[in-house]
Design a protein around this ligand. Structure first.
Ligand SMILES: [Mg+2]
Length: 366
């Protein structure tokens, strides 16, 4: 792939309002942007979407920076990489750290597509020209006010971040405002075995799904709950690699999978999970990490694949940030977002702004 340099940038985007879950609050969104430069002047962009603290998964921005600088980027100078999938294979030598891997692999996918003058979507076999968008409501949101704004913007699925013990109240508030709204809840693994009876009762709300009720590693409790519940269980934090998806589907621990490129270790793993779930009749949707337009563009290419039949956490650039990294933002129209068709991820990064907000930089010349 003729990669000459990899650049890491630590940046921070200002949030319009804090994003609050039971695990913590984001007032600003720090991220790592990864650039892969080739000899011809092309730049591929990737993004590490870990959080500052390990409240979602074990990775943090600090661990990702270390793993990228010390372990993953050096793989590119010691081995030949002809395709992003080669890097995915090479990086198996480093155990875990999927978000660090996904950030670098993402920059390689964008670069590879740009070198060939094709869109990332066409490179990976995406079909849809636009994808349906779904909104996420944080605990801080004023439900009534926020919902009417989001409905006007046309979002087609509504995910409520819930706090254990207050989930019914939140669901009932939303259903009293609009009984037909397609809703789901995301528990981020707050429940335990003793809560299982209470969870069965959530069937009566006829939600699209319940996301990640139990802790990440627990395929057993999810299987037990799914046996008793009609509402599909969706797994998020449990699926950290391709084999986790195989286990979840084979054990019937879930009937829907949330695919996040970053959490599963990169686009190669995400594509493999998509194909496996499609072959086994399990629909998938594309999750989000409160991330910049660079990740959003990667996500749109992925979500255009045929088994992404459920609206994902895909939103406009204006949804969370005061200013995004793109020269022209990702826009929602009538509840759908166009999949960028230009070379690579198909969006133009505002390099001046990216450079201006870079707080820390590392350059590896290969
Ligand atoms: Mg989730």
């Amino acid at each position: 792939m003729n990669i000459r340099a990899v650049v890491l940038r630590e940046i921070e985007l200002s949030m319009k309002s804090p994003f609050v879950t039971h695990q913590g609050s984001l007032e600003t969104r720090p991220l790592i942007i990864v650039e892969a430069h080739d000899a011809g002047g092309n730049i591929g962009y990737g993004e590490v979407t870990a959080f500052p603290a390990p409240f979602y998964t074990y990775e943090t921005l600090t661990t990702a920076w270390y793993v990228l600088e010390q372990l993953l980027i050096p793989l590119l100078s010691t081995s030949s990489v002809h395709h992003p999938r080669d890097f995915a294979q090479l990086s198996e030598a480093v155990k875990g750290h999927p978000m660090a891997k996904a950030g670098l692999e993402g920059s390689l996918w964008d670069l590879y597509a740009k070198q060939r003058g094709v869109s990332l979507q066409s490179l990976i076999g995406g079909e849809r020209t636009s994808v349906k968008a779904g909104a996420v409501l944080s605990l801080e949101d004023n439900l009534e006010g926020k919902l009417s704004v989001l409905k006007e913007e046309g979002y087609q699925r509504y995910k409520l971040k819930v706090e254990k013990g207050h989930e019914r109240q939140m669901i009932e508030t939303v259903q009293s405002l609009d009984p037909d709204l397609p809703i789901m809840i995301d528990a981020n693994g707050q429940y335990e075995e003793k809560d299982i009876e209470g969870l069965y009762e959530l069937d009566r709300y006829q939600m699209l799904m319940i996301e990640q009720p139990f802790a990440a590693g627990d395929f057993y409790l999810h299987q037990w709950l799914q046996k008793q519940m009609e509402t599909p269980i969706c797994l998020d934090e449990s699926i950290m690699c391709f084999h986790d998806a195989v286990q979840a589907v084979q054990l019937d621990s879930c009937r829907v999978v949330n695919v996040k490129i970053s959490r599963v270790g990169g686009l190669t793993a995400a594509l493999n999970i998509h194909d496996y779930c499609q072959d086994h009749g399990v629909p998938v949707w594309c999750g989000g990490m409160v991330e910049s337009g660079i990740s959003k563009a990667h996500n749109l290419a992925l979500a255009s694949l045929p088994n992404f039949t459920i609206p994902g956490d895909l939103s406009s650039s204006e949804r969370y940030f005061k200013r995004d990294l793109l020269t022209s933002g990702i826009k929602l129209e009538y509840g759908e977002i166009q999949v960028p068709q230009g070379p690579g991820i198909g969006v133009e990064v505002d390099d001046d702004y990216l450079h201006a907000i870079t707080k820390k930089r590392y350059v590896a010349n290969l």
